[in-house]
Ligand binder design. Structure first.
Ligand SMILES: C[S@@+](CC[C@H](N)C(=O)[O-])C[C@H]1O[C@@H](n2cnc3c(N)ncnc32)[C@H](O)[C@@H]1O
Length: 430
């Protein structure tokens, strides 16, 4: 397919997503099924176009003076893929699969509009009603923080030190320009490509099947590191899901000690069985039901709550979620978070630690929950995170990314070059 056909396809997928309120992966999959002739390069290009368009939906709409799918897709080519109006119109000319687009002059007029005149939330490309929360989280820098969420995310691997090391993984990908992550000590990064470029399919590699690495954002790796699980300890991963953090703990603990992995939705735990086998992680004990945790109360050295959340920190990867989030989503998740905190803290032994993690940037889900927890549970106190950060972050110059009120840490694409993650740590008083 040429650019015109790809542009037309992206417009169709964006229309489908908007009119039928479908998640992006479903819209792309359906398009692929009904256009089987499209190759993998075409599919990657169309996917990039759709994701990029949604990342900057509001500012594109402002610049184009319209937010129809065609406006967004064309703006993506001009503003994100950096194709000039003249080059774009010339490329599409005579392509019978290309959509009709405005003249090069009209497109140049659009590009000349002054985005500084747009309202702040439009410049920031976030829903207007969330601007206050972003400002509370980041202060005067909130607009730049929100803009950083419009970029394409890299692909990060966590080297599984039980079976490999970082040099070995870097070598295995030496033809794909891998880089050691700046902050996570066992991470490998592939920067996001530009325009139609495809991201590497790391899970199809032999080295993946051998268990040398897991796919895990650098922020998630750092959050796992901040838990500070030590060899020989008893650790409870209370919202274990598919086991990303449990697997990281098994490596940090050098397969010594015990990790209990529990999740309220036991179907989410299922993939962990295969992942444990591949990673050689022997110390993870999957507990499928809450009753299976009986007897562990007040026994754990560490408990991690990787809490259910709105996922605002992952908007680079799921830009459609940015336009679907509602106030009700946030209040529902806040209730879940309080509930999980109250239930999980019972397993921490006196002197042991509780870690609270979300992949959200909103203070409602982060510092507000921590303050409310401390009021309900005076038997817990916060731990100082300065030293912890220094011992985890590989770059000793990296500033401590404190959250608002210095209550916990807040990682973000702009601050740490990672997905957005919040981390707070508590100790149970003896
Ligand atoms: C952010 S995800 C966990 C991701 C996982 N830790 C990882 O690293 O791959 C949050 C998980 O919390 C679980 N969850 C939600 N409510 C819960 C509850 N009341 N008790 C335990 N787990 C819960 C969800 O099923 C979901 O799997």
């Amino acid at each position: 397919m040429r650019l015109g056909g790809r542009l037309q396809a992206a417009i169709e997928v964006l229309t489908e997503i908007e009119t039928r309120h479908r998640p992006v992966p479903d819209g792309l999959k359906d398009w692929g099924l009904s256009h089987r002739f499209a190759g993998s390069g075409d599919r990657a290009a169309i996917s990039n176009l759709v994701h990029d368009a949604l990342r900057m939906k509001l500012s594109h709409g402002f610049m184009m003076n319209g937010d129809a799918p065609a406006d967004l897709a064309v703006a993506t080519l001009l503003r994100q893929w950096r194709i000039s109006p003249e080059e774009l119109t010339a490329t599409l000319e005579g392509d019978r699969f290309a959509p009709e687009i405005p003249s090069a002059e009209s497109l140049a007029d659009c590009l000349a509009r002054d985005l500084a005149q747009a309202p702040a939330h439009v410049r920031a490309d976030i829903p207007e009603w969330l601007a206050g929360s972003f400002e509370r989280a980041f202060g005067p820098e909130w607009e730049l923080e929100a803009q950083a969420l419009t970029s394409r995310p890299p692909l990060d691997l966590r080297v599984n030190t039980l079976l490999s090391n970082r040099d070995q993984v870097l070598e295995a990908f030496s033809d794909r320009d891998p880089k050691p992550t700046r902050l996570a000590p066992f991470g490998v990064r592939f920067e996001a490509g530009e325009g139609p470029q495809r991201q590497i399919a790391a899970a199809s590699e032999v080295s993946f099947a051998r268990g040398w690495f897991e796919i895990q954002d650098e922020g998630s790796q750092l959050a796992a590191g901040l838990v500070d699980a030590q060899p020989g300890e008893d650790v409870l991963d209370y919202c274990a899901g598919g086991g990303g953090k449990s697997l990281a703990f098994a490596a940090m603990m050098n397969n010594e000690g015990r990790i209990f992995a529990y999740d309220a939705d036991r179907r989410r735990l299922a993939p962990m069985v295969e992942r444990m086998r591949r990673a050689g992680a022997d110390i993870i004990d999957i507990r499928e039901r809450a009753a299976d945790l009986n007897g562990l109360e007040s026994k754990m050295d560490r408990v991690l709550i990787d809490a259910p959340c709105t996922g605002t920190g992952t908007w680079r990867r799921r830009p459609d979620a940015k336009w679907r989030i509602s106030e009700k989503n946030i209040t529902d998740r806040m209730a879940d978070q309080d509930k999980v905190l109250d239930a999980a803290c019972a397993y921490v032994r006196p002197g042991g630690e509780l870690a609270y993690v979300t992949c959200s940037l909103l203070p409602e889900e982060n510092t507000d929950r921590v303050k409310a927890f401390l009021q309900r549970h005076p038997e817990f106190e916060t731990i100082s995170l300065k030293q912890r950060w220094r011992s985890v972050a590989a770059d000793s110059e990296a500033p401590v990314p404190y959250a608002d009120q210095n209550l916990g840490l807040l990682l973000s694409p702009r601050r740490t070059g990672t997905d957005g993650f919040y981390f707070a740590g508590f100790r149970r008083k003896s």
